[in-house]
Design a binder for this molecule. Structure first.
Ligand code: DMJ
Length: 703
């Protein structure tokens, strides 16, 4: 509990002392106005319920405040005049009238204080049940939107007073960056305490109508294919087996040295928790569930599942990244559920999904980047300029949230991400591009930095994947994706003097001729989006996909592992020119593009490139205690960073395994991979509806 909330617990009441004090002074003021010298009201005062509705209110008020007042000799001493009994029954009618008048005034004043004074936010939370409370995040910018919201909040307060079920209560914004991080602009980097909304509360209603069997019937093929994707030719099978062995090695070491922690430190052979997931643990377990399952490592999968069932504690109180928790935990649990049908995953993921909802309680509905899963408090990253939210973070929730709504039959999750979509669709875009920073308070761009690498990347990925996941019915996502692509082609796609195609970064019209490793996912993205482009563009997009993938492969030299960022200026051709950009942390993006390009073209070079990566991982990253990132991909003497990232198990090894498998293992007609490589099923809506109507008791198949 907040240290500043000193309650009247010693007197049996949860009210803050400040409120008790304020009540007393209000009483005295009101009494003075009524010409009485008020000391205190008697605890035993009883008034006839038949007198007036305000009497009931007075009683309610009295009951609420009595504990604060207990212990005082509260008497009414009207002066001057005949003395009266302290009992209400002994009061004369005129005195009763004055007394009632006073009580009504008092109640009005107190409730007024309760709802309008800035310090009363906590009291409101105590007074109003969680189920009623609906949060409004108040930012510090005084724009028209804010005014409108305040008006809404005021109207809601009135509704609160009339005790209607769904009310909105203003919460206080506390401008404070996360611990250890200094906000660049405290004016707008608001930390916002949020509470359970009515809609969020809805999420707790057991309205589960999802039928796993019906879902399975609507898949076009078996998720694991006819023979778990076993490739026909012996060399490919051998390579696939090698990848499986790598996964087992990574898993066994994690299990041995870091079980239950988030990542393994393979050199020091211990666990790493970090700060990204708040109090959540077991990131490597959640990220591995589906990989273990599709690789037929079923004993290991069972261990992981048991851990989720018995040890995954979602009641954590730490400060976590909304984006990371979503792509790893929500994505990992969702795909484990869809692949296995085990209800424990569904239960956990819905519980976790609800805990993420308060992050959306901002004036625009654009979530802030950091959330405390325990308290619902959310705030912007201290490093994000002017309290902004990051495009790649709030733009990478769509797939998972749509599935949370599918599973729970509760629209609230879908509504949250559709709201983000709506805002992004409407807002003016410089040259049709989406900058990386947006204010969750005003809904305006904060900086004109555009990138398909870090800060921007997976937003674009989720546009095309939203379209594909909707069984190609989400026309809005499609339109946004292809318009963004036009803008990217016109402004970011570049050719190096050496003939390499790359995606530059854009800073207010000035190009930075640099590509991050992260941007290498774009080969795969362009590939899977090619087919649904305009007829005259399809081939162009597929070619572009191939060119970007080729450039990224070119950056993998001489260790055959790639740097964090590479440049195309001052004579550089896909080369890291800065020491600080030479590291490789077991990232998947280049291999991810190989996997998609293999599926789309069956050009054997992609499998060859993938195998090069396997050999390089074995040579440079495998150590006795697991796999480690390396500090310099150009150095002949390898230096390890002592971290086995959870995405190595979830993405890098999974994409390699799929690259050496037949296409019917997680076929792209049925599955899209979230940005952490967790497969999520395409929603074959028509089939699902057909299945549902077939199964209704009052319907027959003939219907
Ligand atoms: C993963 O966590 C996800 O792919 C994310 O979108 C960005 N990159 C890391 C791995 O590099």
């Amino acid at each position: 509990m907040d240290a500043s909330l000193h309650v009247c617990r010693d007197r049996g009441s949860p009210l803050p002392h400040a409120t008790c004090d304020r009540t007393r002074s209000l009483q005295n003021a009101a009494a003075a106005a009524a010409g009485s010298e008020v000391q205190l009201l008697p605890p035993s005062l009883s008034l006839s319920p038949s007198l007036s509705p305000s009497l009931h209110l007075s009683r309610v008020f009295w009951r609420l405040f009595r504990p604060c007042m207990r212990g005082h000799a509260w008497v009414v001493s009207p002066a001057p005049g005949p003395s009266v009994s302290a009992s209400g029954m002994g009061l004369r009618l005129s005195q009763k009238f004055v007394f009632l008048l006073f009580l009504s005034g008092l109640v009005t004043l107190c409730l007024g204080a309760l709802f309008f004074l800035p310090d009363s936010a906590r009291l409101k939370r105590i007074f109003l049940s969680k189920t009623e409370a609906q949060p409004v995040t108040v930012g510090s910018e005084n724009d028209a939107r804010e005014q409108a919201r305040k008006a809404d909040a005021a109207a809601a307060r009135v509704r609160a007073l009339s005790r209607k079920p769904s009310v909105t209560h203003e919460a206080r914004a506390v401008d404070r960056p996360p611990q250890g991080i200094k906000a660049q602009d405290e004016r707008s980097s608001g930390r916002t305490r949020t509470e359970t909304t009515a809609a969020q509360n809805d999420a707790r209603q057991p309205r589960d109508t999802f039928e796993y069997d019906r879902f399975k019937k609507c898949l076009l093929g078996s998720p694991l294919g006819s023979d778990r994707g076993k490739p026909g030719d012996p060399q490919t099978l051998q390579r696939r087996d090698k990848v499986k062995e790598m996964m087992k090695f990574a898993w066994d070491n994690y299990k041995h040295y870091a079980w239950g922690k988030n990542e393994l430190r393979p050199l020091t052979r211990n666990g790493h928790i970090g700060t990204m997931f708040g109090g959540l643990r077991g990131a490597s377990i959640i990220d591995s569930l589906d990989t273990l399952y599709i690789m037929d490592l079923l004993e290991e999968y069972e261990e992981a599942k048991d851990w989720v069932e018995n040890n995954l504690d979602l009641n954590s109180n730490g400060e976590s990244s909304l984006f990371e928790v979503n792509i790893r935990y929500v994505g990992g649990l969702l795909s484990a559920y869809y692949l296995t049908g085990n209800e424990v995953f569904k239960k956990k993921v819905l519980e976790l999904g609800e805990k993420l909802l308060p992050a959306f309680n901002t004036p625009t509905g654009i979530p802030r980047g950091v959330i405390n899963l325990g308290s619902g408090t959310s705030w912007s990253w201290g490093w994000a300029s002017a309290g902004s939210s990051i495009l790649a973070e709030f733009g990478t929730l769509h797939l998972e949230f749509v599935h949370l709504s599918e599973l729970s039959n509760n629209p609230v999750f879908r509504e949250k991400v559709m709201n983000i979509r709506k805002l992004l669709n409407k807002i003016e875009k410089p040259h049709g591009l989406y900058p990386n920073f947006l204010s969750p308070v005003t809904g305006n761009w904060v900086q004109h930095h555009v990138s398909l690498g870090g800060l921007g990347d997976s937003f674009y990925e989720y546009l095309i994947k939203s379209y594909l996941m909707s069984d190609k019915t989400d026309e809005e996502a499609k339109k946004m994706y292809y318009s963004a692509l036009e803008a990217i082609e016109a402004n970011l796609v570049q050719q190096s003097p050496g003939g390499l195609t790359y995606l530059a970064e854009w800073r207010g019209g000035i190009l930075d001729h640099k590509m991050g490793h992260l941007a290498c996912f774009a080969g795969g993205m362009l590939g899977i989006g090619a087919e649904d482009g305009a007829p005259e563009k399809k081939q162009r997009y597929l070619d572009l996909a191939g060119e970007i993938t080729h450039t990224c492969h070119e950056s993998y030299t001489p260790t055959k592992l790639g740097p964090e960022a590479f440049r195309f200026d001052a004579g550089a051709e896909a080369t890291a020119t800065r020491l600080s950009e030479r590291y490789y942390i077991l990232r998947p993006e280049v291999i991810e593009s190989y996997m998609y390009m293999w599926r789309l073209t069956h050009d054997p070079k992609y499998r060859e490139w993938g195998w090069e990566a396997v050999e390089a991982l074995e040579k440079h990253c495998r150590v006795e205690g697991g796999y480690s990132g390396i500090r310099d991909v150009y150095a002949s003497a390898v230096s390890h960073d002592n971290m086995q990232q959870s995405f190595f198990l979830s993405e890098t090894l999974k994409y390699l395994y799929l690259l050496f498998s037949d296409d019917d293992l997680l076929p792209l007609q049925d599955w899209v991979f979230n940005t952490e490589a967790h497969p999520l099923p395409i929603i074959h809506r028509n089939c699902l509806q057909r299945q549902n109507s077939l199964q209704k008791p009052d319907k027959t198949p003939a219907d």
